[in-house]
Design a binder for this molecule. Structure first.
Ligand code: SF4
Length: 499
């Protein structure tokens, strides 16, 4: 049996792993700094060795803010091809991790396909599959839930959301809520505890679970089954009671060598967002905080990607390490490819805005490079640097008098006569290229290039993180060839083959 040491155990032993080297390069940091953050539990590197196509990423408040995209089948859309298409869209538009939340179809096959293709860490919520496997006759059982967790760990899942913090004694605290329990995992476990009169098995057996996670270096993401589902319930007794349990579980997992992050709300008024982050950091001893949104108002069905990106920006600035996107279909229906694209754009902007404010190495270079291209009327460079290049190019071409023009010294927003940047450049003595009759294609090379060559972006090591996401995800991880997996043990039965 090949024993796997987790990234946390390596860090505790003072060792720098290939994954640490790799993420340090991506973040423009020293590998020793990454190791120290992991050792302190302030950063995690979800990195299941069985996920062979993975290019590791680090999640922690000292690093660039990460964005997660959810994909997954439902009764309305259950094909593997559809999920792979969403995965490709998520990777193309800059997701740092993806969660496969499939609840219908062949869940193992969908997950295998996603793991096979994904260069970014893959997370799951195992209770969904355990619930999907239940029948009316036998219901959800602890054994089934644990079997699913073991299978998913062996399959290569990098991190799992485990709702171990919702306890039987917390349930009465939700009775006065406006929207009750809105977490799928939380509601399933609450119903199970009500029916059986027993404690949450994920809590009771948490140490056993941690041994499974440690064996496969699965990062545990402690789910918030009692997160508020509306502003009225934000920060209530139920939410905080669960958070204190998550703080206890954080210490248990770390003591068993398991990397831990903690999940947070949900729906939070804007003035309480930073407070939520600070409470989590305090109670969970600095564990990376992974927030869903949060939505800062409940009035925006159809626009919840915007309502939540506002809260996400605030959360990231306050120290949240990863943002789970919310799409415009939230509360309304399952998102499709275009919804994934738009939500990722919103969340990449939220994450980057916070990174600029935090002064992460190289973050501002992206803004400066785009602004330089804008002032130089270097449209091709502007499009290349845009968070969604295809969208920027499309919008520019739609209303430009000459269509898809790459070098005009104006756009249709102000028009050629009122283009402020052109007027200002000419005012400063740039070569006169016509006061009112300039058309696309007559741009002055001397003006356009007056600051050419000054961009620091191409020379910055951090650019891989901070440049537009398009094309920055390598399909093949440079270190994956050296991976070993506990599943390489020839004496170990292949459970999937048996089934
Ligand atoms: S026309 Fe207006 S919006 Fe367009 S480039 Fe000039 S100043 Fe900017």
């Amino acid at each position: 049996m090949v024993m796997v040491k987790t990234q946390l155990q390596h860090a505790h032993d003072g060792e720098i792993t290939e994954a640490m080297e790799r993420v340090a390069k991506r973040e423009n940091r020293e590998a020793a700094m990454v190791r120290d953050q992991v050792a302190a539990g302030r950063a995690v590197i979800p990195n299941n060795p069985a996920h062979e196509s993975l290019d590791p990423a680090v999640i922690g408040r000292e690093f660039a803010t990460k964005v997660n995209a959810n994909i997954g089948s439902s009764r309305a859309a259950e094909t593997t091809d559809a999920q792979l298409q969403k995965l490709r869209t998520a990777v193309q538009f800059g997701a740092d991790t993806v969660m496969d939340l499939s609840t219908a179809g062949d869940l193992r096959a969908i997950r295998a396909a996603v793991l096979s293709e994904s260069p970014i860490p893959v997370g799951t919520v195992p209770i969904y599959e355990a619930q999907e496997r239940t029948t009316a006759a036998d219901g959800l059982t602890t054994d089934r839930l644990f079997d699913v967790i073991r299978e998913q760990a062996r399959q290569g899942v990098d991190y799992m959301t485990i709702h171990a913090g919702i306890l039987a004694e917390h349930l009465s605290l939700t009775h006065e809520r406006q929207t009750g329990i809105v977490s799928r995992g939380g509601s399933i476990l609450a119903r199970w505890m009500d029916r059986t009169g027993r404690q949450n098995p994920l809590y009771n057996e948490f140490e056993t679970l941690c041994d499974v996670f440690a064996k496969h270096d699965v990062t545990v993401s402690l789910g918030d089954g009692l997160r508020p589902g509306c502003l009225a319930d934000a920060g209530d007794e139920a939410q905080l009671a669960e958070l204190h349990t998550l703080g206890e579980l954080t210490q248990t997992a770390r003591a068993r060598g398991v990397q831990v992050m903690v999940e947070g709300p949900g729906h939070v008024p804007l003035d309480q967002v930073a407070w939520n982050v600070e409470r989590e950091q305090e109670i969970c001893d600095g564990a990376p905080f992974y927030v869903l949104g949060p939505l800062v108002t409940d009035i925006a069905p159809g626009y919840d990607h915007i309502a939540s990106a506002i809260g996400a920006t605030q959360a990231a600035q306050a120290g949240a390490a990863m943002l789970c996107y919310v799409t415009s279909k939230e509360h309304l229906g399952i998102p499709e490819t275009e919804d994934v694209r738009e939500a990722l754009a919103a969340y990449r902007i939220a994450a980057h805005a916070a990174d600029v404010a935090a002064g992460h190495p190289g973050a501002r270079d992206w803004d400066d490079a785009l602004s330089q291209a804008r002032y130089e009327f270097d449209w091709s460079r502007q499009f290349e640097l845009a968070v969604d290049p295809a969208r920027a190019r499309e919008y520019h071409s739609q209303t430009h008098p000459n269509g898809d023009v790459g070098d005009g010294r104006f756009c249709s927003m102000c028009g050629v006569e009122f283009c402020a940047m052109r007027i200002d450049q000419d005012r400063q003595g740039q070569p006169d290229i016509g006061e009112t009759n300039e058309t696309a294609g007559q741009a002055d090379a001397g003006t356009a290039n007056h600051r050419a060559g000054e961009s620091i972006l191409p020379d910055t090591d951090a650019a891989e993180v901070n440049r537009p996401p398009i094309g920055t995800q390598e399909r093949i991880c440079p270190i994956s060839a050296n991976r070993t997996s506990p599943d390489e043990d020839p004496e170990k039965p292949d459970q999937f083959a048996e089934e």
